[in-house]
Design a binder for this molecule. Structure first.
Ligand SMILES: *Cc1c(COP(=O)(O)O)cnc(C)c1O
Length: 403
């Protein structure tokens, strides 16, 4: 018999429908408000319906929606120029998603060695617990069995080592190793930040062996950690970097950034996309940068992050039976649960606060970067109420009004 539901069953959906959003808040059709510390999984970097983004999108919608990459797209050049000005990169390729930005990063690294007389050098070292997307190559790079199972032969060329294990990386290097690919802060894997020392050591190792360093900053980038990009905390620069999520502020797009040398194989005809760098996406991307590059913006992120971080530390002290660790950087914070993370996410939702579960039994807090100290304190009191409820009842139950 045919299943009555027309959508693929790939998602386990939350039984609440949101109709509109404003700033830090989401609202149901009957006007119930939820404080959004999920931000569409680190996507709504400037919150919902930010006036500057709405204006940019509407203005572009009146002018031109789409042009293929057979044409010059001035806003694409402008955004690429701005991104190269504020990063290590000389070159940018725009995509529609994070996974495609990673695909471009992987192809860029492999092509670099191909055009430099080492076509056999294509392997990439990746890390356990990593998440790089859901395309065939990026599930191979991520290496998580639950995402690989049943999808046929795993794309070849990825060697996985334990997260942050420098000696294991060293041991995994072969003559045909082209690159190391790593998230400076593992998001999906459970908000696990890499030590700055380790990131620096990996940079040195890449230089020693002539390997490229590829960073996946799809989740950690664009202000999320309190620097424009997370790797800046370690004072290093990658050769290639994938970004997405926050750069679109809710408009779906990503980008692969690279040095001119790393991108030297990506010549005319080697790669392409129909939609990547589309005028609507570029209008929004430029508008996101207008705000995030304002002089005080990142200082504000760090101020709010500190309030949140200190509040969480104090909750950990008061609820040691429920919270075993608080970790993360800036506004990507993880509460490692002593009991089930799903229970805490649900209990928080019952307090009208949205968060995201992650691996390693962690609850991820990813508020829009515009969050104020006051809103951070509001979230903390909701988390406290959720913890209180869990410690009293053992487990949260869905309230009756939610079917
Ligand atoms: C979300 C994410 C991706 C994949 O991005 P999509 O837009 O879902 O393809 C890749 N890497 C990291 C670190 C992510 O958080």
């Amino acid at each position: 018999m045919a299943d009555a539901k027309p959508l693929y069953d790939t998602y386990n959906r939350i039984p609440i429908v949101f109709e509109r959003g404003h700033g830090m808040w989401l609202e149901t059709p009957d006007g119930e408000r939820y404080l959004d510390f999920a931000a569409g999984i680190a996507v709504n970097s400037l919150g919902h319906t930010h006036p500057h983004l709405v204006e940019a999108l509407k203005a572009q919608a009146d002018k031109l929606w789409h042009l293929s990459n057979l044409h010059e797209i001035p806003a694409q050049n402008r955004l690429a120029e701005r991104l190269t000005e504020v990063t290590f990169a000389d070159k940018v390729f725009f995509t529609n998603s994070g996974a495609e930005a990673l695909e471009c990063a992987i192809k860029t690294a492999r092509r670099h060695f191909f055009v430099n007389g080492q076509p056999e050098r294509y392997r990439i070292i990746t890390f356990e617990g990593a998440f790089h997307g859901r395309t065939l190559a990026t599930i191979a790079a991520g290496g998580q069995p639950k995402y690989l199972e049943g999808f046929g032969p795993t794309v070849e060329g990825f060697d996985q080592v334990p997260f942050g294990d420098f000696d294991a990386v060293k041991a995994a290097i072969r003559d045909d190793t082209a690159a190391i690919l790593i998230e400076p802060v593992q998001g999906e894997g459970g908000v696990r930040p890499l030590e700055n020392d380790t990131l620096r050591a990996l940079r040195d190792l890449c230089d020693e062996h002539g390997m490229l360093m590829i960073l996946d900053e799809v989740q950690s980038g664009v202000g999320r950690t309190g620097k424009l990009f997370a790797h800046e905390w370690a004072g290093i620069e990658p050769d290639i970097m994938a970004i997405a999520k926050g750069i679109g502020g809710g408009f779906p797009f990503g980008a692969c950034l690279a040095t001119a040398e790393a991108a030297d194989g990506m010549t005319v005809g080697t790669h392409g996309t129909t939609y990547g760098g589309n005028p609507l996406a570029m209008a929004v991307g430029n508008a996101v940068l207008d705000v995030i590059l304002e002089a005080d913006f990142l200082a504000h992120v760090n101020d709010s992050a500190l309030v949140l971080r200190q509040g969480l530390a104090s909750l950990k002290d008061r609820y040691p039976d429920l919270i075993s660790d608080v970790r993360g950087t800036g506004l990507i914070l993880g509460i490692k649960c002593a009991r089930s993370n799903a229970d805490l996410v649900l209990a928080m939702r019952n307090e009208h606060l949205l968060a995201v579960p992650a691996g390693d039994n962690v609850v991820r807090l990813l508020p829009p970067l515009i969050v104020t100290a006051e809103e951070a304190r509001d979230a903390l009191s909701r988390i406290e109420a959720a913890l209180e409820m869990l410690s009293l009842k053992g487990a949260a139950k869905e309230p009756d009004r939610i079917p």
